[in-house]
Design a protein around this ligand. Structure first.
Ligand code: FE2
Length: 353
C-alpha cells in the first residue's frame, strides 16, 4: 500500500551535535583536558574496528531523503547509439557475452558505485544479426524495452519471444534466458535491472546453461511479454490528453519484487501532473519531444528529450513533463521495493508555476 502525505510531515529536525554539548560543559582541571580525552577516544576507535555514530549521524539517517543520483538525460541518437553501434562492430559477442553500455549516473559514480539511480540499473544492449547471447539465469530481475531492430528474440524459460519496438520482455529471478537475432539489423534494447540492490544483498549470482541456447518454442502469448501495441491501445482509449498504463502480471501484481513499470501518453502542449514520491524513475521516450522540470527553486533542472532518449528522476524529487509534440514514454521504477519496505510515499505538492 502507498501512503499519501503532505510535505509538512517531512519537516526537518534541528540537531545539536555531541561535540557542541561536550564543549558547553566547560569541564577541565586535569593535565589532559576533556577535549584531549575526547580526541584520544576518537583516535582509538579505528584500531578497534568501531566508529562513533554520533559523528556522522546526519549522514547515516538524514532529516530528509538524500538520493545520490542526480537528474540526468542521455541522448540516444547523438551519444548512445553511435557508441553501442561501434561496440557492435569492434567487440565480438563471445568477448562481450552481454554487449551492454551501462548508463552511469554522475552522482552515483561520484559515490563510488554504479547505476542509473540509487536502486536501479539500466543499460543499452546490442545483439548483431546471427549472434546468440548465451543462455543463463541469475538472481537479479531484468526487463527489456525494445528500441530498434527486427527479428530479434529473447527466449525465457522455454518461450521464444520475437521482439518488436516498444515491447517489454521480462527475465525474472532465476529464469533461463538467452537472446538472438535472426534479422538483418542490430537489435538494440534498454535493460532495466535491480542490480544496485544486490550490491548490499550479496546473493546475486549467475548460472550458465550447458548449451548456448535454452530449448524454446515460438509463442506470441507469454507471461513474460508485453506488446507495445496492447499498451498503446490502452493509452489511446483514454479520453484525456495525459494517459497512463501500469504494467502488471497476470495476477495484477507489479512486474517484480523491486521493479515496476508504466507507460504514458502526453499530447502536444500538455503537462503531466506534478509528482513527488519516494520512488525513483527511469524514462525512455518511445516517440515525441518535450522536457521535464526536475526539482524546485534554484535546484530545478530542465531535461530536454526526444525520441529514444533516456532520463532519470532521483528518489524524492518532484517533476513534471511537458510534451512539445505528441509523446509516448515508458518508465520503470523501484515502487514495488519501497512498498514492501513500507517506504513508498506520495506527497501532495502544489504546482506554483
Ligand atoms: Fe541475463
Amino acid at each position: 500500500m502507498s501512503t499519501v502525505v503532505t510535505q509538512s510531515s517531512t519537516a526537518t529536525a534541528t540537531r545539536t551535535s555531541s561535540a557542541d554539548v561536550f564543549h558547553s560543559r566547560g569541564e577541565g582541571g586535569s593535565e589532559e583536558t576533556p577535549h584531549d580525552e575526547y580526541q584520544n577516544l576518537l583516535a582509538s576507535l579505528p584500531e578497534a574496528n568501531v566508529r562513533a555514530l554520533w559523528t556522522f549521524m546526519s549522514d547515516a539517517s538524514p532529516p530528509v531523503p538524500n538520493p545520490r543520483a542526480i537528474p540526468f538525460v542521455w541522448s540516444y541518437q547523438e551519444s548512445l547509439r553511435p557508441r553501442i553501434m561501434e561496440a557492435g562492430r569492434l567487440v565480438p559477442a563471445e568477448l562481450a557475452e552481454r554487449r551492454v553500455l551501462l548508463l552511469n549516473n554522475p552522482g552515483i559514480v561520484a559515490a563510488g558505485m554504479f547505476g542509473i539511480t540509487d536502486t536501479l540499473f539500466s543499460g543499452i544492449q546490442l545483439v548483431n544479426p546471427g549472434e546468440t547471447a548465451p543462455a543463463h539465469r541469475h538472481t537479479a530481475f531484468a526487463l527489456r524495452y525494445i528500441i530498434e531492430g527486427n527479428k530479434g528474440f529473447t527466449d525465457v524459460e522455454g518461450d521464444k519471444l520475437y521482439m518488436c519496438e516498444g515491447d517489454v520482455i521480462l527475465t525474472p529471478n532465476w529464469k533461463w534466458h538467452d537472446h538472438g537475432n535472426e534479422g538483418d539489423r542490430p537489435m538494440v534494447w534498454l535493460d532495466g535491472l535491480d542490480l544496485p540492490i544486490w550490491q548490499r544483498v550479496p546473493v546475486n549470482f549467475t548460472e550458465e546453461y550447458e548449451h548456448p541456447r535454452y530449448p524454446a518454442e515460438d509463442t506470441d502469448t507469454s507471461e513474460y511479454l508485453f506488446r507495445w501495441t496492447e499498451v498503446t491501445k490502452d493509452l489511446d482509449s483514454q479520453p484525456t490528453s495525459y494517459a497512463t498504463h501500469n504494467y502488471t502480471k497476470y495476477d495484477g501484481s507489479e512486474l517484480s519484487a523491486v521493479v515496476g513499470a508504466d507507460a504514458y501518453r502526453i499530447d502536444e502542449n500538455t503537462w503531466s501532473p506534478l509528482r513527488l514520491e519516494t520512488t525513483c524513475f527511469v524514462f525512455h521516450v518511445y516517440k515525441g519531444t518535450g522536457y521535464t522540470l526536475v526539482g524546485k527553486g534554484i535546484k530545478q533542472v530542465k531535461l530536454e528529450w526526444k525520441s529514444k532518449d533516456v532520463f532519470c528522476i532521483p528518489a524524492y524529487t518532484q517533476f513534471k513533463s511537458f510534451a512539445t509534440s505528441n509523446s509516448y514514454l515508458f518508465s520503470f521504477c523501484d515502487r514495488p521495493l519501497l512498498q514492501k519496505l513500507e517506504a513508498h510515499r506520495i506527497f501532495e505538492v502544489k504546482d506554483e508555476e
